[in-house]
Design a protein around this ligand. Sequence first.
Ligand SMILES: [Fe+2]
Length: 642
Amino acid sequence: MRMRVLCFAALLQIAAGDMYDVIESVAAFVPPPECVFPMNWTAALNASEQALTFADPSILPSLGAGCAIPGRAISHSYGQGRGNELTPLEQALFYGPACPCRTSNSSAAAVEFHTCVAPLYVPEQINLQLANATTVVVSFVSHEPSPPTEPPLARLGLASDGGPPRATLTGVSHWYETSHANGSAACQGPDPARACTVRNITMHFIRFTSLAPRQQYVYQVRSGGNSRPFAWSKVHSFRAPYGHGAAAKSGGSNATRVAIYGDMGNVHGNNMENLRAGCASGAIDAVVHMGDHCYNMGNGNDYHGDAYMQAFQGALAVCPWLPVIGNHESTLGSEHNIDASTEQRYLNETWGVIYGQDGAASETRTARSTATTSLGHLLTRSSFYGAASHGAAPSRTSQWYSIDLGLIHFVILDLNPGPPAAFAGAQLAWATADLAAADANRANVPWVVVTSHYPLYSASFEDAESAHASAAWYEGEVAEHERRGDGTPWSETPGFESCAEGNATCATVKDIVADSIHTLGTLLDAHHVDLYAAGHDHSYSASWPIFGGAPTNSSYVDPKGTVHVLEGNGGVPGAHTRSKLFPCKKNSSHAGGVVPLSSYRMCGFGMSYGRLVTTNASVLTYEHVANAGDHVTDTFSILKTH
Ligand SMILES: [Fe+2]
């Protein structure tokens, strides 16, 4: 019996987006023991199914019976708790690369799909995390039966030198232990029979420092020092960041070009291929992912997080990134959240402690985490090694940090709900100091961009029903399951929760947005932040400049406030639609939010991402790019004439 492809074929035709096939980076994966009779993909899928499953079906003859994450096979509902809607192949892919198998040694036997097993000692999930103008941290994962006794290695060299990279560097390894108990939320996935027990993941971090600006480098990595049986990765290549001062301001080929978006996942139609191709062509040099990375990295005993990072390696091994923490990586205010596991995984995989720094001197060579899951440490603590240990105001946490990237100072914030309050205390004090320093450094870095996962101004807020929606609903996963990002008003989605009039204990979206505007918005005003970007709301809107809680003018020439961009659908599961634009006023029958709808220049929805481009202190251009076809569908430029 062939796979049940037809049931989602129509959905694939709706959104022919871009997602590459993951083949090479999972080539060492093997079929699991229960796959007794492996078979070739060409035999498992007919020609029509091959075209609906792989981005490039021509690779299938050479793939044979190998393991793969086919770029078009991952459904719109992947990871959204809709296990019953997934095909057998999609269910297998939830946990990692998959392979086709027969149920018996007969050519007429039924076809089934299984999740492949990761090899021991082989680097995977390779990603380059930006640290400062001359430093990136290569992060990767390996699977080993016990903690490595030697530090991880990297070979690094200039591509222009030719040949393989020769300089050997060492880093740190982190023995990560999942703590998912059977039946916990972290075990959620489409296969309820799959065991959810403690397992170990080894995470590695190696710094590439003193990089020459804009030069092409080659590198490869391995775990466990020089001892066997640890394996080297293949050689990857990347462009170094922009450098300081004149190197960053020379314009032309050194223009600052960055992709920026939130809410991606690794479903079909996302922007991973756009990012990989954009970095290769020079359309972008780095990626800012504004949170909600995987939906959710802790699910399926962290195998889902592994699958996401295995897929993302195709872009992030060659294109450095800045990760931002979203509600799908946070346990704060988790009344509606099932992601307690995910925060730990996220923070772990961005850990990278520097020995002897920040109290880390007592760590052993193979640092043992006290975290309880694995994506959590991917994204937060790595800042000790990465961006958060640098700059004018080091934050010491990857939940919030900043970096000068070419002509733009990026400030990364964590606005996940409290308690404590979303934007207060140590984060508020750090952001105040950082933005003051950045505003005083405009001669060197002329543009200041602030990001977090949550918007302060979104055209979606201005609908009366949306403004009075329950804040807990808005911040939690329940709402994200239902907000499909197709222009449907929130109040018309199943599961919508509103605060009854007069209920003083029910915080509304308007309440929490007003609070953020009062705290963070005031800071944006005080330090003349040029642009604030966010995700979470799975749509697109671009405001006119806003100051003091009100639009200042319907122009971007010499703006007297901050432009607010919402770019919240890099490829959200369940929001699988083509990018579309529309005048904001058409999306709301009556205002009820915090500013008039006329405060917004443009609205839209569907899978897309943003590009920030600047070559000097006078022009900062924003491009809204559809994932499907990589077309710029909307653009505007902030101009400074004096
Ligand atoms: Fe979100």
